[in-house]
Ligand binder design. Structure first.
Ligand code: B12
Length: 210
């Protein structure tokens, strides 16, 4: 059986011990980032589809998310001590409680030598504006998984402009992966499909932000 299928089965059985064994072996074999891309993400996507088709219960989806969150925290590489000199950056999950994607992007950026504030999850537009002011954020990464939250990025961008805050907004998450024009429609400056692309976008932006 393919590894991501074995992993999907362990998650569906809510078998934390087996899931951990598979991921630790996968990380050893292919490296941590490839293991997340090739095993964790496809399994979670299948579980999401299985939920839509009625094959899995919400409890299974929930436990899968929680188990993956713990495992990804365990295997992702520690931050690079030689931090890159850069303007203030922050990452947030806007009005959404799907945290796994944000965790991954955060860890990959930190592991690549960038420093960024984690503003947390479930924040409303006003709360994000406050965080941006508090931290003098110049690049804001926004993660969402629900379409409703993705559309709220439009309000966020509008509010940032009204407040005279010069912030580059980078968005990501499932709604932006499915609809390739949505990031432009909500007024974001860029989008990326995973943590690696987030890293490339940030490195490209650094020249133009002070
Ligand atoms: C696990 C899960 C949950 C778990 C979350 C656990 C947790 N701690 O995170 C639980 C059970 C709690 C949950 C709850 C709900 N969920 Co849910 N969930 C999922 C599921 C199955 C997987 C999401 C996931 O973690 N994927 C793995 C991560 C790693 O992938 P990712 O987030 O896409 O991130 C990657 C990229 O997108 C990108 N990325 C992410 N962020 C960013 C940011 C930037 C800047 C960049 C560049 C890139 C980037 O990089 C990441 C790494 O590669 C999806 C199905 C799916 N196909 O996505 C549904 C899904 C997102 N959920 C959905 C729904 C509807 C809900 C609920 C409303 C259900 C309910 N009725 O209660 C609630 C709402 C919770 C809320 N308010 O936020 C819908 C959303 C539909 C929509 N169009 O809006 C989905 C799509 C399922 C479906 N098909 O119906 N969910």
């Amino acid at each position: 059986m393919e590894v991501s299928l074995k992993f999907e089965k362990a998650l569906a059985d809510m078998d934390r011990v087996r899931a951990r064994e598979i991921i630790l072996a996968g990380a050893d074999e292919e490296g941590t980032l490839a293991c997340v891309s090739n095993i964790v993400i496809p399994a979670l996507e299948k579980i999401g589809l299985g939920w839509e088709s009625g094959r899995y219960a919400l409890a299974q989806v929930y436990m899968s998310g929680t188990i993956c969150e713990e495992l990804v925290d365990e295997i992702l590489p520690p931050a690079d001590p030689n931090r890159i000199k850069q303007p203030n950056m922050g990452i947030v999950v806007l009005e959404d409680f799907h945290v796994l994607g944000e965790r991954i992007v955060y860890s990959i950026l930190r592991a690549s030598g960038y420093e960024l504030q984690d503003f947390g999850h479930g924040l409303h537009v006003d709360e994000v504006i406050e965080k941006v002011k508090e931290h003098g954020t110049k690049i804001l990464l926004v993660s969402v998984l629900m379409l409703r939250s993705a559309l709220l990025v439009g309000d966020l961008v509008k509010r940032l402009k009204e407040e005279g805050l010069d912030v580059k907004v980078v968005v990501g998450g499932a709604p932006f992966r499915f609809d390739h024009n949505l990031w432009k429609e909500v007024g974001a400056d860029a989008t990326g499909k995973d943590g690696m692309e987030a890293r490339d976008i940030i490195s490209g932006m650094l020249g133009g932000v002070s």
